[in-house]
Write a protein that binds this ligand. Structure first.
Ligand code: TA6
Length: 275
């Protein structure tokens, strides 16, 4: 079994491919230059996550707050979403996807929610994930837009915007405080308790990625480095220098609770400046 082909979206300077599976933005290129990273070893099978692009982590992150939930990062990224809208505008094409408990076998009985995901493809990539609770009881979840960026050499990249932010270092398990810009010199897996504008400066590709968010409390920075990359079957051993994840969402203590009749939205936007 393989996946249905992704939708290709072309607008002005942008070309993107989006799978209905996982409502997964797989590629986005600007002026022919890929902005997102994808692994040459990615799986393309129902039930398995795609390795790269923008996986949607929902309704939990990693193994969840209990530490024992599967599938990793929740079931949204391995569920078939329904395309409910496609609007081609002069500057951007907007795809709208929905997911309901009927689409998600792992949803718990009695849950009554609708997840709506708007993907705007243009000179910027703009994502909005809205969770509406139509049920009679509050609904809590974690979420993150787990964006994989293509970089020239992760060892030369500088990530600004997190100076002074507290973070959980998932490699050591220790809480830390960021001093200055973030550079990548080893396996890096950090949940920063800050979200806002983060700027990734890539001297090799000669560009800056400006990431802005709304409705997020956390920023996750991840590069598996050598050993972790080699341990993942869907990640090439030599691919780790070419990628960096800058994720935004609400994870761990920042999990979201949506009251009955309410909704919450996570927004994530990327702009690219040439340096
Ligand atoms: O966001 C970072 C992280 O939680 C890492 O700990 C690593 O597990 C990564 O996500 C990839 O997770 P995945 O389930 O896609 O292999």
């Amino acid at each position: 079994m393989t996946l249905d082909a992704p939708r290709e979206v072309r607008t002005g300077r942008s070309v993107a491919r989006v799978y209905d599976y996982g409502a997964h933005v797989w590629t986005w290129a600007l002026d022919g230059e890929p902005v997102l990273w994808t692994s040459a070893g990615s799986f393309f099978e129902p039930g398995k996550a795609l390795r790269g692009g923008v996986p949607i982590c929902w309704p939990w992150f990693g193994p969840g707050r209990s530490g024992d939930l599967t599938p990793a990062h929740g079931y949204a990224r391995i569920s078939e979403w329904t395309l409910t809208g496609l609007v081609e505008g002069p500057d951007a094409t907007v795809l709208t996807y929905t997911l309901t408990p009927a689409d998600a076998p792992d949803a718990l009985p009695g849950e009554d929610w609708t997840v709506t995901y708007e993907v705007s493809i243009g000179d910027r990539l703009q994502l909005a994930l809205t969770v509406a609770n139509q049920g009679a009881t509050p609904f809590s979840y974690e979420t993150a837009l787990h964006t994989y960026f293509r970089v020239g050499d992760v060892r030369q990249v500088v990530v600004g915007g997190l100076d002074g932010a507290s973070y959980l270092d998932k490699v050591t398990g220790r809480p830390e405080v960021q001093a200055g810009d973030v550079t990548i010199t080893a396996e890096t897996d950090r949940v920063y308790l800050r979200a806002g504008e983060v700027v990734v400066t890539d001297p090799v590709l000669g560009r800056r990625l400006r990431i802005s968010t709304e409705g997020a409390a956390d920023t996750v920075v991840w590069n598996p480095w050598i050993a972790k990359a080699a341990a993942m079957p869907d990640f090439g051993d030599d691919e780790w220098p070419g990628m960096l994840c800058i994720e935004a969402g609400n994870v761990l203590e920042s999990a979201v609770t949506v009251m009955p009749g309410s909704s919450e939205t996570l927004r994530y936007a990327v702009a690219v400046d040439l340096t």
